[in-house]
Ligand binder design. Sequence first.
Ligand code: AVI
Length: 316
Amino acid sequence: MLQFIQCNEQNDQSVRDELLAGLSAAQAFTSPKYLYDALGSKLFEAICELPEYYPTRTEALIFKTHGRAIAQAIGSGSTLIDLGAGNCAKAARLFPGLQPVQYVPVDISVSFLRESLQRLQQQFPSIVMTGIGMDFSSELLLPDSVRDKKRLFFYPGSSIGNFTPEESLAFLQRIRAACDEDGGLLIGVDLVKDKAILDAAYDDALGVTAAFNLNLLRHLNHLVGTDFDVQGWRHRGFFNDKASRIEMHLEAASGQIVRWPQGERRFERGERIHTENSYKYTQRSFTDLLEQAGFRKLSFWTDPQQWFMVCHAHVN
Ligand code: AVI
């Protein structure tokens, strides 16, 4: 059985209001979710192929090496809720081991899920599949057609790092609240490591991450009618070890006046727009966060270099 549901769609005016408030702030900023228009999503896929960007392949290695132990820790028959499912490929690799009863991919737009889910349903006809279009970063109200028994929330790729620690705690608490006594979370988390490795992963030699970051300006021009000139801006991506996070910024290469229908702003040379954070954790700091959110019985799997971690957190 295959079903598609669109939940909370943000309207164009509230997107414009949110973006212009960020661009007009003393320290300009935008939410990382605006990095992902059609081209941005393709550029992110290209990032995942880069030699410098270790998270994707390291997480895949952990699932390959420890897949059996992970499936054993979780057990079969779950309601697998895939947050930020994209093309559903990562979750599909878990189906043989986990044997979920229902698969619920969630992504910002339900139309994005349609094609992959139709293909997957043909491959796994016995799994009930319910695609949901929802921005789950601020609320997690699942429709009644999602079974409430043994929910397993799947959040791979270290996307939790793109929330601030406060947002992460609130997000994990919402997941905890949406689980029954047998529920849990399977999550990928990027770990603190040598600064040179982190810096290279977010400022690669080919300039793909730079293109991904700069493409935001084209997306903003489309969404709010700004007239950003991409050529006038430079990508900055580096590890801030005090805050334990990668920071991505766009820096004005020379003085820039940016205009939009009801306003404008001048950026001096060197002034920045903060476009993304990617927090890096230690096993200890992430354990604290999970315990604070109310999870118990934690299991961890990592790679030989301890660069990345997959964690299963059970409710009881
Ligand atoms: C999606 N997210 C986990 C990526 C990250 O590593 O924080 C986004 C990214 N930004 C630059 N490179 C990749």
